[in-house]
Design a protein around this ligand. Sequence first.
Ligand SMILES: [Zn+2]
Length: 114
Amino acid sequence: MHEVSIAQSLLDIVLSECKKAGYKRVNSVSLLIGEASGVQIDSLRFAFDIIKRDTPAEGAKLLITTSPLTGKCLDCACLFYPRGDVVFECPKCSGKNLRMIKGKELDIVEIDVD
Ligand SMILES: [Zn+2]
């Protein structure tokens, strides 16, 4: 399962930050996950709950915010939200210079520790 390795690297980062700062306990970890990142949030929560046991992150909650897939047209600078469809043309000007600027991220936004 892909999410187990994501959860593991997440935990590694959280624990090393926690240790570096000299804290004993992780209360929560805030994540920003793009809707098109391919991460299954339920699976990630499940995996994280298992691997956090017996670590300083044992009581840590995952606070997850999702970000919608967002495209930008380089011709007219408008933003659009593909919503699961593959978009080849700008919905406004039919331009084909499109970039996905959001929606694939997996970022740690904040780590709350004691
Ligand atoms: Zn356009």
